[in-house]
Design a protein around this ligand. Structure first.
Ligand code: ADP
Ligand code: MG
Length: 249
């Protein structure tokens, strides 16, 4: 049994069958990559896992409980955090405030600022936020406006916003899209560290094969809304079905 079990999931948008018969099992403390051509249904699948979309058919179990019918916040509280394709940070706020907002969101289910319930609560959360920033080497940037960070640091901040919620499963949708090589390599190192030191399971959608092969323990190839192959990276490389799926990209 994986920590995440997707069974026979289907999702239709009007006349388009975006997902059909999707089965996926993500094992605890592994990095599972989902790859596939544009329009294969990768983001749709991720949205079904975090409560942004409700599948028409099938089941999604996380840590032994169904996520279906739960709100994104409830799913977040179950232990799933998500990193979006473009960093979702609050540009007008400081780096520190962004981390605090993430802590409040996990606790209260709402993105709001100045939500300390008591002085002790304030001190505790401030310290937790500072520890997190220290761990991702951003403590010196805590007063900076998030909007003025480099692309790589924005991603690092977003990652820290997820990690401070102490998730069991981290979902990432093309986290290195549009990044320069140096920032991509930093992201790879950060994700490796997350997997190894924090015992967080990672499911990642990624286009960049360098990232996929640097991180993944298993890979599922999605094509036209359905899994084509699932295997270890060595077996996916050069797999004829995989080459075929990418032809015409
Ligand atoms: P990927 O992330 O693999 O590139 P998506 O999951 O974004 O693919 O999209 C899969 C298919 O579903 C595409 O054909 C896309 O146009 C379509 N699609 C995605 N979201 C919606 C939506 N909200 N309404 C209608 N069609 C959608
Ligand atoms: Mg996508």
């Amino acid at each position: 049994m994986g920590i995440l079990e997707v069974k026979d999931v289907g999702k239709r948008f009007g006349g388009l069958q975006a997902l059909s018969d999707v089965n996926l099992s993500v094992r605890e403390n592994t990095c599972h990559a989902i790859i596939g051509p544009n329009g294969a249904g990768k983001s749709t699948l991720l949205n079904c896992l975090v409560g942004k979309l409700i599948p028409d058919t099938g089941s999604v179990m996380f840590d032994g409980q169904s996520v279906l019918g739960r709100s994104p916040h409830e799913i977040n509280q179950m232990g799933i955090s998500r990193v979006f394709q473009t960093p979702e940070i609050f540009g007008d706020l400081s780096v520190m405030e962004n981390i605090l907002i993430s802590l409040f969101a996990k606790r209260d289910g709402a993105f709001r600022m100045h939500a300390f319930e008591s002085v002790a609560d304030e001190r505790g959360l401030q310290e937790e936020a500072e520890r997190m920033l220290d761990e991702v080497n951003m403590l010196d940037k805590r007063q900076m406006h998030a909007a003025s960070l480099s692309r790589g640091d924005k991603r690092r901040l977003e990652m820290a916003m997820c990690l401070v919620q102490k998730p069991k499963l981290l979902l990432l949708d093309e986290p290195t899209a549009g990044m320069a090589r140096a920032d991509t390599n930093n992201t790879i190192e950060l994700l490796k560290e997350i997997k190894e030191k924090r015992n967080i399971t990672i499911a990642i959608i990624e286009h960049d094969m360098h990232v996929v092969f640097s991180l993944a323990d298993r890979i599922t190839v999605l094509a036209q809304g359905t899994p084509l192959v699932e295997d270890v990276p060595q077996k996916i490389k050069g797999h004829p079905k995989v080459k075929e799926a990418y032809l015409g990209e």
